[in-house]
Design a protein around this ligand. Structure first.
Ligand code: 26V
Length: 797
């Protein structure tokens, strides 16, 4: 394509004229972005075709990763970096007077996910391609990704996200590969060759059109595919009300995660799930059939992974194809299905486990429902054989019970592998939440501790740190991130530590500048940057953090001799639009921020910044500047966390509970390089068994707790009246389910320790180095290799 700067420049100028129909001197930044994007896609097209051809002709097994979310973020610089043409392009553009950094800003984040689960899927795609593994992503092309967050008077307001507004450069629409997906209608039975058969009649058919995105591996020829399905009206609509049909069809891929508290939202959600599953499985089977292999070889050639339960209908859908199209018997079909599908669980929170009312499910997906009923009938029969007469057990394990379909139970029964996402999470699944299933299928359960792509989260987003690392240990860590451990050799090297310190300082200054430009808030780049970014949820305990901030502020106001080492608390969090309590916490953080930032008396010691519309691209700017990483979920609640890994990799020190992957971070860095506080998971679960603890006692016995809690309701914050009463109630009337008050004292103490350690800059930077050095284990390359070897049995092609 282009092998030097001049060739690139010529190609760029020519392409720009053709694409935008104007001379370079009249072109805009958006024109430049679109031109460059198209050039990159063309640049990879031969490798893309070649990779597909290799998969088509090779005998090797391939994996399809089904996920309702892919939180990709921006792709421009990431793609340039993986292709190894970043410098050439940046230099070439610079000579033309075009700033690559400015072009990067033009790109909207592809925000097709809510948080950790969707971002994990995106990291996995990067690792699959970079390790030359044959892996395809399957998802939905939502027209609007996760909502854009604005703060109005400190309240969250949601606006529709518009990532497709200026066109999408990375995707290719594949109209010829569209498939039809049926909803509603009836199932008719008939006899054919002495066999009872079924067909779906009077269905409303939706056309699923694939859009393919190239997934470019780092410095390799592998270009895998992420296929995103879009719902469109069928070209042959024989419906009475065509406009209504069109509207309802397009609604399926309109928004990510519609509110499913009402029946309408639930049906839409079910339609999304079945669209993803049905279109993906059909296209998988189509390519398998093209190999002319007997169908019973499917599990040797293809692995299908379901990311959480959202795509769990892959199980009955594959059964349907094997039974109704391939005409297999039940046993054979079941054997193939349960050797093809594997499942990852991402939460133990019961309120997050999917259950669908039969009254909605059955009419919408009649054949799928029939098959689930039969799967369940056979499963319950088996349970009865193992434990005759144990009705309770069958009731607790049944897939359909109390007129609801339990999706996690279907996943556990119909897959050959079930994994948790951190050791403690897998242990809780095995020994508690899914223990009944573990007793029946112990061989299915395994752990795969999450990981993150060090290429985006260190190499790309923190260029200064990356160069420093390379200058010390060479480039090997880029291919083999576990080589980061070599950095420990520099822990006594004053020169190196000074440089590490300067890199962090420069990153903090750069970030402060960004904050100032975007919010007008000035922050002290020498203060401790204490970062708490993740979805807003009660169990993640942003409340604990903000109550602690109120406490620090109280101390400053009450005791004029009290000094605080300057601290900037940085928050970023979106709350689910219907999550009332989470929105109250957002309002509280903003209210506290306003009060503190507006008080000249504490300006030099305390600042609170709540970043609006936190997303992948904001995270990339923030992590390199972070000193402290807040990972303070109620122990046992956070399955893994992945922000904890990204922050650690950028040299931030974790303040955390022994929850999720924090436990493994602690094991790798040692207790002396992490700040652990609070109840353990065992203790929390023990309290739950006893019916909780008495939060009111903590209120009465701890003066500092009483002080901040009273401030929530006694008019301390002007103009908010009874705004925070729900928070007061949750802590004292509803007995503090998430142990905020129980862990408060321990949290206050650990933060004193943080301050003490930070004051000793030499010691701190050494701790930071140990964290970077130990972070290689948390690369998603390690995670993906484990999935490839233990679950999918796939090899590099
Ligand atoms: C969803 C919901 C929806 C309804 C209201 C309550 C609630 C609570 C939690 C969830 C999360 C569902 C699954 C999920 O996103 N899990 C996250 O997966 C990450 C990747 O494995 C992991 O790092 C996070 O710890 C885990 O919360």
């Amino acid at each position: 394509m282009f092998s030097n700067k001049q060739e690139f420049q010529q190609a760029f100028l020519k392409r720009l004229e053709m694409l935008c129909g104007k001379p370079f001197k009249e072109s805009t930044k958006n024109d430049h972005f679109l031109t460059l994007g198209q050039m990159i896609r063309e640049h990879v097209s031969s490798n893309w075709i070649h990779t597909k051809e290799k998969y088509r002709t090779s005998q090797e097994k391939q994996v399809y990763y089904l996920s309702i979310e892919f939180l990709l973020g921006r792709l421009l610089r990431h793609n340039l970096m993986n292709l190894g043409i970043e410098e050439l392009v940046e230099g070439g553009l610079q000579e033309l007077g075009v700033d690559l950094e400015e072009l990067e800003e033009i790109e909207s984040d592809a925000g097709l996910g809510n948080g950790g689960l969707g971002r994990l899927a995106a990291c996995f795609l990067d690792s699959l391609s970079s390790l030359n593994l044959p892996g395809h992503g399957c998802g939905i092309r939502y027209r609007h990704g996760l909502f854009e967050q604005k703060f109005v008077d400190g309240y969250q307001v949601e606006l529709p996200e518009q990532w497709l507004r200026y066109g999408q450069v990375w995707e290719i629409r594949k109209t010829d590969l569209a498939v039809e997906v049926p909803f509603w209608g009836e199932i008719e039975s008939y006899f054919e060759n002495n066999r009872l058969s079924f067909r779906h009649i009077n269905a409303e058919v939706v056309t699923a059109v694939p859009y393919d995105l190239p997934v470019i591996g780092y410095h390799t020829d592998t270009v895998n595919t992420l296929r995103l399905w879009s719902a469109e009206p069928s070209p042959y609509p024989f419906y009475q009300d065509v406009m209504k049909y069109k509207r309802e069809t397009e609604a399926i891929s309109e928004f990510l995660y519609p509110d499913d508290t009402h029946d309408d939202g639930k049906i839409l959600r079910l339609k999304q799930q079945y669209l993803l599953v049905s279109a993906s499985i059909r296209s998988i089977i189509r390519s398998f059939r093209a190999t002319h292999r007997p169908i019973n070889e499917l599990p040797n050639r293809i692995a299908i992974h379901i990311n959480d339960t959202h795509p769990v209908m892959a199980i009955p859908e594959l059964m349907r194809i094997l039974l109704d199209e391939e005409k297999l018997g039940w046993e054979e079909a079941w054997d193939i299905t349960t050797n093809t599908i594997s499942y990852t669980n991402h939460t133990t929170l019961s309120e997050a486990l999917e259950k669908w009312p039969v009254r909605l499910f059955k009419p919408l997906l009649p054949r799928i429902y029939m098959i689930i009923e039969e799967i369940n009938r056979r499963f319950c029969e088996k349970l009865w054989e193992i434990n005759p007469g144990d009705w309770d057990r069958i009731h607790n394990m049944s897939i359909i019970v109390n007129d609801e379909v339990k999706m996690a139970h279907l996943a556990l029964v119909g897959s050959y592998s079930v994994n948790g996402v951190a050791q403690i999470h897998t242990d809780i699944l095995k020994n508690r939440e899914m223990n009944l299933f573990y007793q029946v299928f112990p061989e299915k359960f395994n752990n795969k501790t999450n990981g993150i792509t060090h290429r985006r989260w260190l190499l790309k987003s923190n260029p200064k740190l990356s160069s420093l690392i390379t200058s010390a240990i060479g480039t090997g860590w880029i291919q083999s991130p576990q080589e980061l451990i070599k950095l420990t050799e520099f822990k006594e090297d004053k020169g190196f530590l000074d440089k590490l310190q300067s890199v962090k300082q420069e990153n903090k200054e750069r970030f402060s500048q960004r904050v100032f430009e975007q919010t007008g808030i000035t922050i002290d780049p020498h203060s401790i940057f204490d970062v708490h970014v993740k979805r807003l949820h009660a169990y993640k305990r942003q409340l604990l953090n903000v109550l602690h901030i109120m406490h620090l502020y109280n101390r400053l106001k009450e005791d004029s001799s009290f000094r605080l080492y300057p601290r900037t608390f940085i928050f970023g969090a979106k709350a689910s639009p219907g999550y009332y309590y989470a929105k109250k916490i957002i309002k509280l953080i903003n209210t506290v921020a306003e009060k503190i930032n507006g008080d000249p008396a504490v300006q030099d010691q305390l600042k609170v910044v709540f970043l609006e519309n936190y997303r992948v691209s904001v995270a990339e700017e923030l992590f390199p500047a972070a000193d402290v990483s807040e990972q303070i979920s109620t122990a046992s609640k956070e399955a893994s966390g992945t922000g904890n890994m990204k922050l650690m990799m950028n040299g931030a020190l974790t303040v955390g509970t022994l929850d999720g992957a924090n436990v493994e971070i602690k094991e790798r860095v040692g207790l002396e390089n992490i700040f652990i506080f609070g109840l353990t998971a065992e203790e929390v679960l023990h309290f739950y068994q006893k019916g909780g603890y008495h939060s009111m006692e903590y209120y009465h016995h701890d003066k500092k707790i009483r002080h901040v809690i009273d401030q929530l309701t006694n008019g301390y914050f002007p103009d908010v009246d009874d705004e925070f009463e729900p928070i007061y109630d949750s802590l004292l009337i509803q007995n503090d389910q998430y142990f905020v008050l129980r862990d408060f004292d321990s949290y206050v103490s650990i933060h004193k320790e943080v301050e003490r350690k930070f004051k000793n800059r030499d010691q701190w930077i050494k701790m930071s180095l140990q964290n970077i050095a130990a972070s290689g284990y948390f690369s998603s390359d390690r995670t993906i290799k484990e999935y490839a070897d233990d679950i999918w049995k796939i090899k590099p092609v």
